[in-house]
Design a protein around this ligand. Structure first.
Ligand code: PLP
Length: 241
């Protein structure tokens, strides 16, 4: 029941909670599959369960429902869960990262939020010090909203060139966020813009196979537009406190 012996943070309501999450995961997988059938390439789609604000039991419940990828938006909160869990999930850092936290970011399997050359340099230094190669995504701000982090679409090619100097980073794709509550045509243009950025990275010689886009309110459109990875919180675990 608890592979790796992860029983910490488990409450007496665990069986109900696990059943609840398992039901949500099953429903979401069906919705992903239906959307995938409406996509051009029928790409494989990885489900990342976003456990931010939820306790370690959410990670265990997701894992027991067959989800092998977990996303957190804050380094410290993620570390507090990593430290008490032994479930062999892949940890994704999906939130904005400050350069002074670059060292901790090397505990993750994929960092989605590389949004500036200075952050890339700090992560490269940290990965080198940890004697590893770190997989990262370039976060692209397709909509151009001032409130969103990410590199502008016009800067993707030059950033891609700079990233070749980061020998300890492997740039495996692009991450984007659509505007909150956007109409479907806007979502489609943002998501297809991210796909263009991914193609630019590939053209620049990066192994850019990942397209991280789609959250609880827009993941089906994202999958139709080519997402290979969706980041889902609310639809799996309910609303955050
Ligand atoms: C919180 C968060 C998500 C998940 O959002 P939901 O709407 O709850 O699915 C996805 N991506 C990022 C970057 C997030 O911060």
């Amino acid at each position: 029941m608890f592979p790796g012996g992860a029983a910490q943070g488990v409450s007496l309501t665990q069986p109900n909670y696990e059943a609840f999450v398992r039901g949500r995961v099953a429903e979401v997988r069906q919705r992903i599959e239906a959307a995938r059938m409406q996509s051009a390439n029928r790409q494989a789609v990885t489900l990342v369960a976003v456990t931010k604000t939820h306790g370690p039991d959410a990670v265990v419940a997701a894992y027991n429902a067959g989800v092998l990828d977990v996303g957190e938006n804050k380094v410290q909160e993620a570390e507090s869960k990593m430290d008490v869990l032994e479930v062999p999930v892949r940890w994704h850092l999906i939130g904005h990262l400050q350069r002074n936290k670059a060292k901790s970011a090397t505990r993750f399997d994929l960092v989605h939020s590389v949004d500036s050359p200075r952050l890339a340099q700090a992560l490269n230094d940290a990965a080198q010090a940890a004697n590893r190669v770190l997989d990262v995504l370039m976060q692209v701000n397709v909509s151009g909203e001032g409130s969103k982090s990410g590199i502008g679409v016009g800067d993707v090619a030059s950033f891609a060139g700079m990233l070749h100097q980061c020998s300890h980073l492997r740039v495996t794709g692009v991450m984007t966020m659509a505007p909150f509550d956007a109409a479907e045509p806007v979502l489609r243009s943002v998501f297809s813009g991210a796909r263009v950025a991914q193609e630019q990275l590939s053209a620049e010689g990066h192994p850019a196979t990942v397209l991280s886009m789609g959250m609880s309110d827009d993941f089906e459109v994202a999958v139709q537009e080519g997402a290979t990875l969706v980041r889902l919180g609310t639809v799996l675990f309910g609303h955050r406190a």
